[in-house]
Design a protein around this ligand. Structure first.
Ligand code: TYD
Ligand code: MG
Length: 452
């Protein structure tokens, strides 16, 4: 087949060159040249190319808005993260570290949608391996087709005859188009293949789910441009030592990006966790020091999370600070606040912080629970069992209000808690029957109430 005409472009300034250059002569950046297709033989691009029909401007009020119909994925957590289901014609990128469970999640979705025809394209596993995985998940239905192929031209040929309702690609890094010489997984291949998939999705109104790998640095392997090309970017993450997995939306053209989906990896595939509070707090009956419960909200969903801290005298010169599931810089900031504003001597102590379940939360309302778990461990006095916290801590040691306090309260009440510490500045008239609300203004107040 005739090769398309390609050229090399600097990703930093856009300079063009006929061959690859290590250093851009225009902007001086290193290693920024990437091969791109600039002209494609008409015959090669007969499919899924931009149409020649010129668009004309239309007045906004003359455009008829059609309520986006959503395709139910029969997976409540995935539906929630997507903002209510898959949008026809959208391209969704699912990223995650190797072995986290991306293929399992997508195969499970492919197997549970039984009213639509699904094509699962795998460039990573053989059909036998996929069959074995499907047996493990335990649902085999007949309208899910497996294609082990990496050449996009062949994939489109199969799609044309099969006419699937949803296409899943595992993974974008294994795809290869004939139009570019570069090897699969290189930036120019990923870009061109993703572009072809995107054109296919838009022209046929078929949703395409792309699985993508994540580099060691934690970004989606491939150019940043991949994230711009797709409609939604979902990240699948979790701590390897725990069974919990979180599906987080990083970008979503059709929904909110603050939603979380929570799963547990079982021997029979992923189990959806619809009530996270029940699994994220340890229902022990003994009291341990260094444990505090935070009432947090991710997206629209409240959940109670257990924070654990261990404070001990540093054996070596420099004290260690380590955090799992929590931003280390924020931990250092909270420790500095405790030291400077409240006079707790933590400068010579090792501090270890762990968010139970290995789940990372972005909600600042977890601050007060973190501080209380550190104080509890430092004093070696446990926090009363049925107590939880929901407040942010400011740089001067003040307890700051957080939003949606009613929901946090309701969740704590539902889980059988008896006391909730919040900021004095949460001025809403909060009604509660079964739970005592303790309003505090300074860390010292909390300290004297709990340990004083
Ligand atoms: P996989 O979906 O292959 O990860 P990815 O596609 O993100 O690389 O997940 C593989 C891991 O999941 C592997 O370590 C085994 C585990 N697993 C289970 O624990 N239970 C299961 O039912 C399946 C299918 C996999
Ligand atoms: Mg995989």
């Amino acid at each position: 087949m005739a090769k398309a005409k390609t050229s090399f472009f600097c990703q930093s300034c856009g300079a063009q060159a006929s061959k690859w250059l290590g250093k851009c002569p225009t902007c001086g950046e290193w290693n920024t040249f990437v091969e791109e297709v600039i002209q494609i033989e008409a015959a090669d691009r007969k499919q899924f190319s931009p149409s020649n029909k010129a668009a004309v401007p239309i007045k906004l009020d003359q455009i008829i808005a059609i309520a986006e119909p959503r395709i139910d994925t029969h997976n409540n957590e995935l539906n929630r993260v997507l903002g209510g289901g898959l949008v026809p014609g959208s391209v969704v990128l699912v990223g995650g570290e190797p072995g986290i469970g991306k293929s399992t999640l997508m195969l499970q979705v492919a197997l549970t949608i039984h009213d639509l025809k699904i094509l699962y394209v795998s460039g990573e596993e053989s059909d036998q391996q996929i069959r074995m995985r499907a047996e493990r998940i335990g649902q085999i239905h007949t309208d899910c087709y497996i294609l082990t192929e990496t050449a996009t031209q062949n994939i489109f040929r199969q799609i044309e005859t099969l006419k699937p309702d949803i296409v899943i690609i595992d993974s974008i890094q294994t795809l290869q188009t004939d139009l570019i010489d570069a090897s699969a997984g290189s930036i120019s291949q990923i870009r061109e293949c993703a572009g072809e998939m995107q054109r296919f999705a838009k022209q046929t109104n078929t949703p395409v789910i792309l699985i993508g790998h994540i580099t060691k640095e934690g970004s989606l392997a491939g150019p940043k441009v991949l994230e711009h090309m797709v409609d939604a970017v979902l990240q699948f993450e979790g701590d390897r030592n725990y069974g919990y997995r979180i599906l987080r939306s990083i970008k979503n053209r059709f929904g909110s990006t603050s939603e979380l989906g929570i799963y547990e990896m079982m021997s029979t595939g992923l189990r959806e966790i619809s009530c996270p509070s029940e699994v994220l707090i340890n229902h022990h009956h003994e009291q341990f020091s260094g444990v505090a419960i935070a009432s947090t909200i991710e997206g629209i969903r409240p959940m109670l999370i257990e924070t654990q801290a261990l404070v001990s005298t540093a054996v070596y010169g420099t004290p260690q600070r380590s955090a799992t599931g929590f931003d280390l810089r924020r931990l250092n900031m909270l420790l500095a606040v405790l030291e400077k504003r409240c006079g707790f001597r933590l400068g010579s102590k090792d501090v270890f912080l762990n968010i139970a379940g290995g789940i990372r939360v972005d909600d600042p309302a977890i601050d007060l629970a973190v501080i209380c778990s550190i104080l509890s461990s430092g004093e070696d006095i446990s926090i009363p069992l049925k107590t939880c916290f929901a407040a942010e801590v400011g740089l001067s040691g003040e307890i700051r209000p957080v939003n949606r306090i009613e929901q946090r309260l309701a969740e704590a009440e539902k889980m059988g808690f008896e006391q909730l510490y919040i900021s004095k500045h949460n001025t809403h008239n909060i009604k509660s029957q079964g739970i005592e609300i303790i309003k505090v203004n300074k860390i010292e107040e909390v300290f004297s109430k709990l340990f004083g």
